[in-house]
Write a protein that binds this ligand. Structure first.
Ligand SMILES: *[C@@H]1O[C@H](CO)[C@@H](O)[C@H](O)[C@H]1NC(C)=O
Ligand SMILES: *[C@@H]1O[C@H](CO)[C@@H](O)[C@H](O)[C@H]1NC(C)=O
Ligand SMILES: *[C@@H]1O[C@H](CO)[C@@H](O)[C@H](O)[C@H]1NC(C)=O
Ligand SMILES: *[C@@H]1O[C@H](CO)[C@@H](O)[C@H](O)[C@H]1NC(C)=O
Ligand SMILES: *[C@@H]1O[C@H](CO)[C@@H](O)[C@H](O)[C@H]1NC(C)=O
Ligand SMILES: *[C@@H]1O[C@H](CO)[C@@H](O)[C@H](O)[C@H]1NC(C)=O
Ligand SMILES: *[C@@H]1O[C@H](CO)[C@@H](O)[C@H](O)[C@H]1NC(C)=O
Ligand SMILES: *[C@@H]1O[C@H](CO)[C@@H](O)[C@H](O)[C@H]1NC(C)=O
Ligand SMILES: *[C@@H]1O[C@H](CO)[C@@H](O)[C@H](O)[C@H]1NC(C)=O
Ligand SMILES: *[C@@H]1O[C@H](CO)[C@@H](O)[C@H](O)[C@H]1NC(C)=O
Ligand SMILES: *[C@@H]1O[C@H](CO)[C@@H](O)[C@H](O)[C@H]1NC(C)=O
Length: 861
């Protein structure tokens, strides 16, 4: 015997991601099949649709495989030799093959086989004389649907298979399903492999099926059901009649009549109408026998029901716990005030009311119509539809009352006493919840409300009191406003407000504290609300909060105060604009961790800053990467707007640190350089304008300290002196011997500092004063002058005076006493001389006379 060569390839994608981790590997001939090893230790070999595979080849490779899927392989008639090696299998699917015959001995050695799928083959199972003994003995589940249906149908006799309890077959009228030992029979046409054409169901159809617990005759084209049809099915617990679109609701009386004698728990009578056409009223006769059946779960969805006859709800069976009325189109009517009659109902599913079906299925559905509804069917009478019975029956149920003469109490709506779950999502309801509503009974049991996908623009009122409410889902409701006291549900644990429009309200500090009354809340979903700003105090009262979903918003700063939230462990901030998380949030999350649960944050699709000043956070992230949901796809944005992946970030982070250190150096050096540069510039400017600045400072000082500007400099009498003589100490002899004697006459008075300066005053003040009180300042320029600090001061101040205070007049006169080389002169002096010229002193006799004459004229001009 050849050794089994099954290569084990643990699939990469099946890693510990999901809880039901399965091992997947290739197996079978040439490894063309796929094996999965699941939690229940079953090994399934999938060889479906492998083209040229032969059954015998597959069976060689079975090994420890427990189930084989071998559909769609063009297998022909089955023989024992084909299946050699497959004997220990527990499940085999041979659907969609060409099997017309099964040799008698084929399954002889199959002791463990409990499921055999022979659907969609060519077996003559419905012909007289077909011998079921070729099937394995211990079979529990058999599928023979989709095999040829002969003209004269003869349902196979499977009585010899004692363990067989589940059968899927085709369905046909005028045949008794002789399946006395089978518990579950499915003829459902919803399974596309099945041909179910069960036009008429009468008391004969299931008369030989008395052990049935589950009967699935959905989509079987049923048109009529007689009253006794299900009468014999004393064990029946589940009946699926859905998608028999020609059955319509008036058949309910016959259906429920028979069901009185069963143990029915679940009845699916959804989609008994074409989806198109006008609405339907559920009438009293429809309910007639309903009250006497034991149904717990009733699905009456998709029946275009728009109203219920007044008082009909009284006939709701006390056993009913779950009612499903999705896909109808209820209008208001008095029946709404009788919802209290659903006495023991704990769950109502009423989703997608007002839903408009896809028009493309119109022709499809309506071409199937068998005949127009028969008028006489409406006239069925119900023995229990009399006032006395209804009144008496109503009294048995708390909050249920009989409505007499149409007298209704609109102000006192009642809801079922035991109602715990109300699911009414996507109903296209549009309501303004801005007033307060309350219901009877006061102590209602509602724990779960899902009204997502409706329209409640303004939720400023209060709907209550609902003391036990634990879950409220108002996602996708276009809510933009919630009142500060509207969410007043003490025991609320889960609040879903995803896909609303609360961003603006939450950004308004006066209106943002809408959650303050939800002390029990554990789960808050505010995803997709256009939130940009959150106030620190918005969540502070949610002392039991564990999970906070703020994904799909536009939050840049998550600066929420979570210090009062000791249980908060999960924050979802996926798809926002977060750059960093502040240290307060981080520390608190770490502190909230306990042995059982770690904190977790989702920061996918944010713009986490990869920058010097965010290094601490980045290190924290890496340190806590096990707490980050989807950390491997985090993206980071550098200061130059480049996006980098998490592994780039991890490897580069140390470099960032060193870059940041050098940045610091660069910044310091840069600052120093800038300071130097500025001081050079400023120094240069100051230097360049030092005289002007000194002059102006002096002028302003003078103004501040009460000196008065001379009103008019041009008027001669306003100057105390005609000329202030500025000279170097070395040239004193020239002043005393020549200047004073030759210039100081009756008409010219000179200011000579040794003689005229006021003792006790600062030299600089004296100089300025002298310059300003003289019409001219005469600089006696010599080499010594240039070397004297005070002389240069006098020159410059005089120059400034001339430039800034004397208008057109040039008050500075330069007398070149000796030859002074240009290179020795400062720039401003050279410039002055260039612009204004000078008078050259000469000892030459004629020139000398000319000089004094010229100087006198200049001083007096
Ligand atoms: C496996 O494939 C090879 C070549 O493709 C073929 O010759 C061989 O018969 C195959 N073996 C089986 C068991 O199908
Ligand atoms: C099934 O058999 C294959 C090959 O013999 C072996 O590798 C695998 O571990 C077995 N699986 C189990 C669950 O025993
Ligand atoms: C079926 O299982 C039995 C015992 O578990 C073993 O002895 C036998 O060889 C198996 N048969 C095949 C065809 O693997
Ligand atoms: C399969 O069985 C049917 C019915 O017994 C028979 O007519 C047909 O010839 C068989 N086909 C093959 C390929 O043996
Ligand atoms: C139903 O099957 C039994 C054998 O299990 C048989 O005796 C009986 O005649 C069958 N009834 C019908 C109506 O075919
Ligand atoms: C009836 O059969 C259909 C098709 O297989 C299935 O979808 C449906 O769930 C079944 N109904 C019940 C109540 O099991
Ligand atoms: C369904 O069965 C009825 C008779 O019971 C027959 O008239 C009708 O043609 C059948 N419909 C299909 C689609 O087979
Ligand atoms: C079916 O009902 C008819 C009358 O409607 C009755 O004659 C017949 O005996 C009933 N058959 C069974 C099996 O109850
Ligand atoms: C209800 O059953 C009676 C007889 O059992 C039958 O005459 C009537 O047509 C049935 N009604 C419907 C709507 O099938
Ligand atoms: C209610 O159903 C039972 C069978 O479960 C039946 O015996 C009884 O007659 C029915 N009650 C009425 C009032 O029809
Ligand atoms: C009832 O039947 C419909 C149509 O087959 C199906 O969609 C629905 O899920 C069923 N209801 C339940 C509760 O299974």
């Amino acid at each position: 015997m050849s050794t089994l060569q099954i290569t084990l390839i643990v699939c990469m994608f099946a890693t510990a991601k999901s809880v039901n981790a399965m091992t997947v590997y290739t197996c079978g001939p040439n490894n063309t099949c796929v094996c999965t090893y699941d939690k229940q230790e079953r090994i399934t070999m999938d060889c479906e649709g492998r083209g040229n595979l032969k059954l015998s080849e597959i069976c060689v490779f079975i090994g420890n495989v427990t189930s084989l899927k071998a559909g769609r392989n063009n297998f022909g008639n089955l023989t024992a030799s084909d299946l050699k090696g497959c004997e220990n299998l527990t499940e085999i699917s041979f659907n969609f093959n060409q099997i017309a015959h099964i040799e008698r001995e084929t399954f002889q050695d199959f002791r463990h086989l409990h499921l055999l799928d022979l659907s969609r083959n060519l077996l003559q199972v419905y012909s007289k004389g077909w011998d079921a003994s070729c099937l394995p003995k211990n079979l529990q589940t058999l599928k023979i649907n989709g095999n040829p249906i002969p003209y004269n149908v003869n349902f196979p006799n499977l009585d010899s298979h004692d363990n067989l309890n589940k059968l899927t077959s085709d369905g046909f009228s005028n045949t008794a399903f002789n399946v006395s030992k089978i518990a579950s029979l499915s003829l459902s046409g919803l399974n596309l492999e099945t041909q179910c054409n069960l036009t008429q169901i009468n008391n004969n159809t299931f008369s030989l099926s008395d052990s049935l617990k589950v009967l699935n005759i959905s989509a079987c084209g049923v048109i009529s059901i007689t009253a006794g049809a299900f009468e014999h099915l004393h064990s029946l617990e589940v009946l699926d009649l859905s998608y028999n679109r020609q059955l319509e609701l008036w058949s309910l009386a016959n259906v429920t009549y028979g069901l009185q004698f069963t143990r029915i728990r679940f009845l699916n009578i959804s989609n008994l109408f074409s989806r198109f056409g006008g609405g339907v009223q559920l009438t009293m006769p429809n309910f007639c026998f309903l009250w006497n059946i034991t149904v717990e779960d009733l699905d009456i969805s998709g029946n275009k029901i728009d109203s219920i006859e007044t008082n009909a709800l009284i006939l709701t069976p006390p056993s009913l716990k779950i009612i499903r009325v999705n896909h109808n189109k209820f209008w208001f009517g008095p029946y709404v005030l009788q919802l209290g009659c659903l006495g023991n109902v704990s769950t109502i599913f009423s989703s997608r009311l007002n839903y408009i079906p896809n028009p493309f299925i119109y022709t499809l559905e309506n071409s199937k119509r068998y005949s127009a509804p028969k008028v006489e069917l409406y006239q069925m009478t119900c023995p229990f539809c009399n006032v006395d019975f209804l009144k008496e029956y109503a009294m048995r149920t708390k909050e249920c009352s009989y409505i007499e003469n149409g007298v209704i109490d609109l102000l006192n709506p009642k809801i079922p006493v035991k109602l715990e779950r109300l699911i009414a999502n996507d109903c296209d309801y549009r309501h303004d919840l801005s007033s307060n509503y309350s219901y009877n009974p006061e102590n209602i049991s509602i724990r779960y409300i899902d009204i997502s996908g409706n329209t409640f623009v303004s939720v400023t009122g209060y709907v209550g009191d609902i003391p036990m409410l634990e879950t409220l889902n108002m996602s996708r409701c276009y809510i933009s406003t919630i009142g500060l006291t509207s969410l007043n549900y003490r025991s609320l644990k889960t609040l879903r407000l995803a896909d609303n429009d609360l961003g603006a309200q939450l950004a308004d500090s006066k209106r943002s504290n809408i959650f303050d009354m939800l002390q029990s809340l554990q789960d808050l979903d505010l995803s997709s609300n256009g939130i940009t700003v959150l106030f620190t105090s918005t969540f502070t009262e949610l002392v039991n909060l564990e999970r906070l979903d703020l994904s799909n918003n536009d939050i840049e700063h998550f600066d929420v105060n979570i210090n009062t939230l000791p249980h908060l462990l999960q924050i979802n901030l996926e798809i926002n604009s977060i750059h960093t998380l502040n240290i307060g949030v981080r520390r608190k999350l770490e502190a909230n961790e306990n042995d059982r649960s770690k904190f977790s944050i989702n920061l996918q699709n944010n713009s986490l800053a990869y920058e010097c000043n965010n290094q601490e956070f980045l290190h924290w992230l890496i340190q806590h990467k096990a707490n980050m949901v989807g950390f491997s796809i985090y993206r980071f944005v550098t200061s130059d707007d480049v996006t980098i992946t998490f592994d780039k970030m991890m490897t580069d982070l140390d470099h960032l640190a060193s870059r940041c250190r050098s940045y610091v150096a660069v910044i310091i050096i840069g600052l120093l350089a800038l300071a130097t540069f500025l001081s050079v510039i400023i120094g240069g400017v100051i230097y360049k304008y030092r005289w002007r600045i000194r002059y102006l400072m002096y002028m302003s000082k003078k103004r501040f300290f009460g000196y008065h500007m001379l009103p008019d400099y041009t008027a001669i009498q306003n100057y105390k002196y005609d000329a202030f003589i500025s000279y170097a100490e070395d040239n004193i002899r020239f002043i005393l011997d020549d200047v004073i004697p030759r210039l100081e006459t009756d008409i010219i008075s000179l200011c000579i500092h040794q003689r005229d300066f006021i003792p006790g005053n600062a030299v600089s003040d004296n100089i300025i004063h002298a310059i300003q009180s003289s019409r001219k300042t005469v600089v006696i320029l010599s080499n010594a002058f240039l070397k004297s600090k005070w002389c240069m001061y006098e020159f410059n101040m005089a120059r400034m005076e001339s430039i800034y205070s004397r208008g057109e007049d040039i008050s500075l006169v330069i007398v070149m006493l000796e030859t002074v080389p240009n290179s020795a002169m400062p720039l401003e002096m050279l410039r002055w001389i260039q612009d204004n010229n000078y008078i050259e002193y000469t000892t030459d006799h004629e020139g000398n006379a000319l000089f004094w004459d010229k100087l006198r004229r200049v001083i007096t001009s």
